[in-house]
Ligand binder design. Structure first.
Ligand SMILES: [Fe+2]
Ligand SMILES: [Zn+2]
Length: 369
């Protein structure tokens, strides 16, 4: 360790910097070399990184370091010079944690007019912001023609296609491949658990609803999981650890995936719940952890079907419910098949929805600035 001056201390593989703000950063030499922002280390046309970490030895250390205000200058053994602004480094330290607001049975999704959502950027921005926070919104006064969901592509899309159909018809159908095509209760679930990456956004468009009953039900799956994790951490771990098979099929299509019901990111934040009683397949009875899994699964099912978590409302013709499908489960109560009831659904991807919001905000900033 060399004590160059009080603001900058050189350790064997990292630099300790005391910025003028008083904040102290510990910065690995490899990180400092990798993130050099000079024109030689970037593709000028695209600002993408061009420097490749394997072009320098793993034990690289700068020959010289100086700090002038918040301007940090490093000279590397091959003479390459890297200049950092301390504020940029502090920004890189900011955590990217996703904020979301949990809800329970008292929740009612905010409603936005369909046409305004398509035509007015500020309405679209507000609606998408709400959607990312709560995982559910409703668009109302939409046309009731089949295929209307295609119109949402500029705001949410492109449409994420899966097998079976680009736009799915959900109505009573004696030849249907899914319980949704009957009039019986549809317990909370998300669609296509039978894909390795199930669709992360689902739009459910009610074209006509003249049937008695059939209230829509949505559940904040992440909120339920957070409660389970708090009360029974062992159950939560079992749901993260034990892979479960799912299958959806008909005469022409076959989809199958094996994955744990719960997935967390490296910081332990819940990022997805996969839950479909109707698509779940038989687990290996001797699989490791199966006893823990079944106790945990029982607790999870009890939670997800309890009245405390189910937000209920009626979707009428022209309503489109949009859910963040890796978080929010959907279902419906049974209904009287005598009345007409026709729903269409289509899928989108949350990454694309987030992207649309960033672009809208950029446009807004340009307009205001
Ligand atoms: Fe569904
Ligand atoms: Zn450089």
């Amino acid at each position: 360790m060399t004590r160059a001056d009080e603001a900058v201390i050189r350790h064997s593989d990292e630099l300790e910097v005391r910025w003028p703000s008083g904040r102290v950063s510990r910065l690995l030499y490899l990180w400092l070399r990798d993130n050099c922002d000079c024109p030689e280390c970037r593709v000028a046309q695209t600002s993408e990184k061009r420097f490749m970490i394997s072009d320098v030895p793993v034990g690289i250390a700068p020959l010289a370091v100086s700090l002038d205000g918040s301007r940090l200058v490093l000279v590397w053994p091959d003479g390459h010079e890297t200049v950092y602004d301390g504020e940029d480094i502090e920004e890189s330290c900011a955590s990217g944690k996703v904020e979301w607001t949990p809800w329970d049975s008292r929740f009612s999704p905010t409603r936005y007019p369909f046409q305004a959502f398509l035509q007015d950027d500020s309405v679209a921005s507000a609606a998408i912001t709400e959607f990312l926070d709560k995982g559910a919104i409703v668009l109302q006064q939409a046309p009731t023609q089949p295929g209307t969901l295609e119109l949402l592509a500029p705001r949410l899309g492109p449409i994420r296609e899966v097998l079976f159909a680009r736009i799915h018809d959900v109505k009573v159908d004696p030849s249907g491949y899914n319980v949704a095509h009957t009039s019986i209760t549809l317990p909370p679930h998300n669609d296509f658990a039978s894909y390795s990456w199930p669709p992360s956004v689902q739009a459910l468009h009610m074209l006509v609803n003249e049937a008695a009953g059939g209230e829509s039900v949505i559940v904040d799956g992440w909120n339920a999981l957070a409660a389970l994790r708090e009360r029974h951490p062992r159950h939560f771990r079992a749901l993260c650890d034990v892979p479960v098979p799912f299958r959806e099929f008909d005469d022409d299509n076959e989809t199958y995936a094996v994955a744990p019901l719960v997935r967390c990111d490296v910081d332990g934040n819940i990022v997805s719940l996969r839950f479909s009683n109707q698509l779940m397949q038989t687990l290996d009875p001797e699989a490791p952890g199966i006893a823990d899994f079944y106790r945990a699964y029982h607790a999870l099912c009890s939670l997800l079907t309890s009245d405390d978590v189910k937000a209920r409302f009626r979707l009428d013709g022209g309503d489109i419910l949009i859910v963040a499908a890796h978080r929010v489960l959907h279902g419906r109560e049974s209904f009287e098949p005598a009345g007409r009831r026709h729903l269409q659904d289509a899928y989108f991807e949350l990454d694309n929805v987030r992207n649309h919001l960033v672009v809208l905000e950029r446009k807004g900033a340009q307009r205001d600035g």
